[in-house]
Design a protein around this ligand. Structure first.
Ligand SMILES: Nc1ncnc2c1ncn2[C@@H]1O[C@H](COP(=O)(O)OP(=O)(O)OP(=O)(O)O)[C@@H](O)[C@H]1O
Ligand SMILES: [Mg+2]
Length: 363
């Protein structure tokens, strides 16, 4: 029996990586063109569920297929030490004790800096030993301790300066651009080739859904691929959810054809899952003042002016600017142009609209 080809799970490689050819091409060309090629130092920004982790994994696969050593890391505490240990399994970090963080201040910062030279030497040795190259990927950069990222990037920068075969690709929420990249001492990271993951074109989604579904032995009634694609709004996680449930409902009904009924019910289920897995957790993480701001935005449109949002709350834009910053930092809203805000997550506006009454009670 055929298995469902769609992968609606964070970090799982989808049947086809849709609409990210630019990122992968640049990276691949970077591997070919040697030290100094832009694709050897890249940053990938995108809101939750846009496919950052999937892209880092694909870069890893591309590098591995050329015999490179690959280290995949997530930017949590102890990052430098973990990389060092992977490069030199026998390394006993004398100075690299990581004390717990006290009230948000890392008290191990001096130790972290001391690890830098060892890190650089270990990178050099790995590259010369395997004769190909070394790729380091770093995910969730918005959570990083600045000290750790600084130490890591200084080591990488030195190795790049020696014309050795190294590549560094890092990814995070769009807010990482402010917190990490604009940090004073990190000019090196600011120069990384930037990619902002946006929604994929709906026509591309439609074509790809059709191809994946047909390759799995299932068919689509004419017009259904377009209807499914439209419902995804080009958002990668929704592509997998919609594909998965439309396919699964046809399988449950023992039909090899996805028709109108499967499509409609598939879209409804996908939206419910999306709300439970993305929208509700995002709203639970923020205080009531942020929810009030979002409700005010929802009453105005997908995109609205910051002064109108403030007006609707009977406040001045200055009075709500910290709320707005918090929502930007959490990647729940975006600032598409000066003085404007819009929802960064699809279906967020619809959700707020539909749950307005119950959300207002909690304010
Ligand atoms: N280019 C793509 N085309 C189709 N599906 C994709 C694409 N990229 C990612 N996906 C799917 O979207 C979902 C989310 O991908 P991924 O976990 O990489 O996102 P993310 O940006 O890392 O999210 P988070 O910020 O929550 O870590 C997964 O189900 C994955 O299979
Ligand atoms: Mg991820």
């Amino acid at each position: 029996m055929q298995t469902n080809p769609f992968k609606p799970t964070a970090g799982k490689t989808p049947p086809t990586i849709i609409g990210r050819e630019d990122v992968l091409e640049e990276f691949n060309e970077g591997l070919t063109n040697g030290p100094g090629a832009p694709g050897r130092l890249m940053r990938i920004a995108g809101v939750r569920g846009t496919g950052k982790t999937v892209l880092l994994d694909e870069c890893s696969r591309l590098a591995q297929s050329r015999g490179w050593t690959v280290i995949k890391e997530v930017a949590t505490e102890g990052l430098c030490q973990r990389i060092l240990e992977q490069l030199q399994p026998k390394f006993q970090a004398k100075h690299a004790r990581f004390e717990p963080t006290v009230a948000g201040i890392s008290i191990g910062s001096i130790d972290i800096e001391r690890i830098g030279p060892s890190l650089r030497d270990a990178m050099r040795q790995t590259i010369s030993k395997n004769g190909n190259g070394l790729l380091i990927t770093l995910d969730e950069v918005q959570d990083a301790e600045l000290d750790e990222v600084r130490t890591l990037s200084i080591a990488i920068q030195q190795v790049i300066g020696e014309d050795l075969d190294i590549a560094f690709v890092f990814a995070g929420l769009p807010s990482m651009i402010e917190s990490i990249i604009n940090g004073k001492t990190l000019t090196f990271l600011r120069r990384a080739l930037p990619f902002d993951l946006k929604a994929v074109a709906v026509t591309e989604v439609s074509y790809s859904l059709e191809e994946t579904i047909e390759a799995s032995g299932m068919e689509l009634q004419p017009g259904i691929a377009g209807q499914l694609a439209e419902a995804t709004q080009g958002y990668p996680f929704m592509i997998q959810l919609v594909g998965y449930y439309a396919w699964q409902l046809a399988r449950r009904a023992h039909t090899p054809i996805i028709g109108e009924e499967e499509a409609e019910r598939g879209i409804t289920t996908a939206r419910e899952r999306f709300c439970a897995m993305v929208i509700e957790p995002a709203l639970q993480r923020i205080p009531p003042t942020c929810i009030a701001y979002l409700l005010s935005m929802a009453s105005l449109g997908q995109t609205s002016s910051t002064s109108m949002v403030a007006d609707a709350l009977n406040k001045t834009p200055q009075q709500v600017s910290s709320v707005r910053s918090r929502l930007l930092r959490e990647s729940i809203i975006e600032a598409p142009s000066y003085g404007k805000v819009s929802f960064a997550i699809p279906y967020m506006r619809d959700y707020l609209y539909e749950h307005k009454a119950e959300l207002e009670v909690e304010l």
